[in-house]
Ligand binder design. Sequence first.
Ligand SMILES: Nc1ncnc2c1ncn2[C@@H]1O[C@H](COP(=O)(O)OP(=O)(O)OP(=O)(O)O)[C@@H](O)[C@H]1O
Length: 243
Amino acid sequence: MIEIDDLTMDYGSLRALDGLTLNIPQGEFFAFLGPNGAGKTTAIKLLTGLMRPVRGSVKLCGYDVQKEPLKAKAVLGYVPDVAVFYEKLTALEFMRFIADIFEMDEAQAEERGADLFKKFHLDHYAHQRIENLSHGTRQRLAITSALLHEPKVFVIDEPMVGLDPIHARVVKQELKERSRAGMTILMSTHLLNIAEELADRIGILHKGKLIALGTMQELQSMRASNGKRLEELFLEMVSGDSD
Ligand SMILES: Nc1ncnc2c1ncn2[C@@H]1O[C@H](COP(=O)(O)OP(=O)(O)OP(=O)(O)O)[C@@H](O)[C@H]1O
């Protein structure tokens, strides 16, 4: 469902992503785990077609994001780390705008939108301008608007940022359910516990390289080349001791 081949990105002389190759099958909940600056957002921007790699390719449901961008984007739901809205629109107007972009049937869009607003506790904010919404409410609106067209592939950058525990649970439950129903999910997180709780498989990114890949159980039992357990190594990376 997500096929990433030799994906590489440079910012000037910095190699931010180095030869990432990865296949994420349909219905898998996959997490990129890595400390700040590891290359997670760079990988996500490349695989959603927002940036062009210096090398490599990405296919979503068989569509190359560079060669067939419209087809690839039609199957994709994407929630960036900082969502961008038309601030003067109300939450409901924004949902209708998204439905138009995806050329959705109006009645179906209204029905799905109403269902999502209920699930994500957004009813109360439907007629409020987005510029007046709190960070957590905006994050929930970003997620609902990305789910509206029922994408086959869902990519979300740091999903829990800004959410209180109640809404974090709502988001986790919804994503888990959709993944079980066949949606392929790729999320990025720097939080080990979020990856552990949600992901079927985890890829650890460090300094632009995929240094480990497997289920949480597999990662915990693996040892890095220096003999350290990966969990221990990851915690060191996050605390900045790994250089
Ligand atoms: N537009 C840019 N120009 C130059 N360097 C960049 C740019 N975007 C990211 N970088 C650098 O590329 C590297 C990878 O950044 P990236 O944002 O992909 O990491 P990340 O894993 O998402 O980090 P975080 O958890 O902090 O969001 C970092 O060293 C970052 O400083």
